[in-house]
Design a binder for this molecule. Sequence first.
Ligand code: WTA
Length: 664
Amino acid sequence: MSAPTSAIESVLVENRVFPPSDAVVKAARVSGMAGYDALCAEADKDFEGFWARLARENVNWSKPFTRTLDTSNAPFFKWFDDGELNASANCLDRHIGTPTENKTAIVFEADDGAVTKITYKELLARVSQFANALKAHGVAKGDRVLIYMPMTIEGVIAMQACARIGATHSVVFGGFSAKAVQERIIDAGAVAVITANYQMRGGKELPLKAIIDEALAMGGCDTIRNVFVFERTATTCNMVPGRDKTFGEILAGQSTECAPVPVGAEHPLFILYTSGSTGKPKGVQHSTGGYLLWAKLTMDWTFDLRADDVFWCTADIGWITGHTYVAYGPLAAGATQIIFEGIPTFPNAGRFWQMIEKHKCTIFYTAPTAIRSLIKAAEGDAAVHPARSDLSSLRILGSVGEPINPEAWMWYHKNVGGERCPIVDTFWQTETGGHVITPLPGATPLVPGSCTLPLPGIAAAIVDETGNDVANGAGGILVIKKPWPSMIRTIWNDPERFKKAYFPEELKGYYLAGDGAVRSADRGYFRITGRIDDVLNVSGHRMGTMEIESALVSKTDLVAEAAVVGRPDDVTGEAICAFVVLKRARPTGEEAKQIANELRNWVAKEIGPIAKPKDIRFGDNLPKTRSGKIMRRLLRSIAKGEAITQDTSTLENPAILDQLAKAN
Ligand code: WTA
């Protein structure tokens, strides 16, 4: 933790309150605050009994569990661990023989606007066929499979097929570089890669398979036996004979029936790498039983899902939101969902609104950064304003990934929700598996910019550095005091880091989220104030400053030293600023611009385009204490363009501040 509690201040006072309408309350699954309070009381009274009841009601167990929670090896908690289930059976087979079997599971809209629909029954057949193809290539229960796919029905099929045979998937977002893919393959010990030849985004055909080839050529990936390639476009790509096979080849002749393999509740359904405060991403390992319960339960609680809803979560399957609220939750809940291949600004920035109208979307779930960029676009061009589209089908809106500023909240509420739709501002993390602090649409009075209250059974609290509760109104560290079913189980290959990063001793064994937060004095509502570790949130994507620093200094012919900090940005939430000392004279003017670009491209190659620093400033040195520690808080002020008011007396080289402030 780099910021002390005292530095986390509450600066925002928000007095507007939007209670749900009587009609919404009446029809809701969790109806009114009385409904919410009743669930909280049940969890309070009998914590294990509460989760056991929900796990029995929401999950189909091939072997029922008898133990709910095992705390004997805390913080390696186990949930429902003598029970057995299959995640894919819980998303697909459970609907067979019910009216849902012929319901549309996925409405897929391609980048070019072409629409494909698939029913639950058809999806089950395709997942089964793909699972058989994996089996035929020796992929078995417990194996790890790396998935590097565009947003497509096939991306979901790949994940579900792994789950069906008990293989653990590790999805890597298509914006990550070959180097990032290689590191993840090695860490996970993956036996196969599932990818596509190309992906279509914004009218452009972008290579995916070529990046896998590059990753595998970097070496160390000897565990990989096969690369399975979805032919998304007609353009050919390089194929290594024996190793690489197209979907067409491997699916030919495979049966469309495949019995789901039962796994223990604690079996790792997936690993998903995320940034932490060191240079090495963490492989967040999730369970099968507890995770699936959460995916299903929060579809009902947070989105108040009904049989005729058309659900749309815009997140990519490469992120946790795309796991829980695209690949698993909507299917487990039997929803019809929209999956979109493209980007919100192509062919114009009205695309989301046009798609909501076209597919009669009822629940729309997106990120604040998307909202802010679409506000900007709509204000500049009436033709792409949401008012141009008929959004009357909408009934619930959601926000995820970063704090939503009250201005963006109000715009979303008015212009997209027609002042009629509750907005669920869902706070959660890769590690929490699903929502943990969020309003319930038919219960919680909303306050713009606040994720309001913890879900029933979630013991969220705000504490100081010694783990003691702070008063409402005072800022502090967000923790969760008790385990919950969908929590991270460990860091793949690194249980020690898991303990240290998430359950630090000084916090009494509480789960440390890594965010600062404050509860309002009046309602006790939570507001997230941002990360308290060295993790930035850029467009809702987590980026470790250390990771970017390591990437920069790995350009050893050029870079001597680098420090990376965040600064606020109107659209992306935070922007990445790098302060760099070169091994040659400090560049200025055109030369500085050119080297900055070279470094940006280097970072894109090392991590991915999403990690490119927006600002790069060159200095002769960095501000350091006499003991040699870089003073990042000063760099943060410089990045923001603020005057330095902090104490600089411990600084070895005060003149450097002036130089860095002027450098651009
Ligand atoms: C931030 C994304 C404020 C937070 C699901 C967290 C939020 C990190 C919210 C996790 C929210 C997520 N309000 N901040 N509603 N939702 N965050 O792992 O800093 O990609 O720790 O999971 O995003 O990002 P991750």
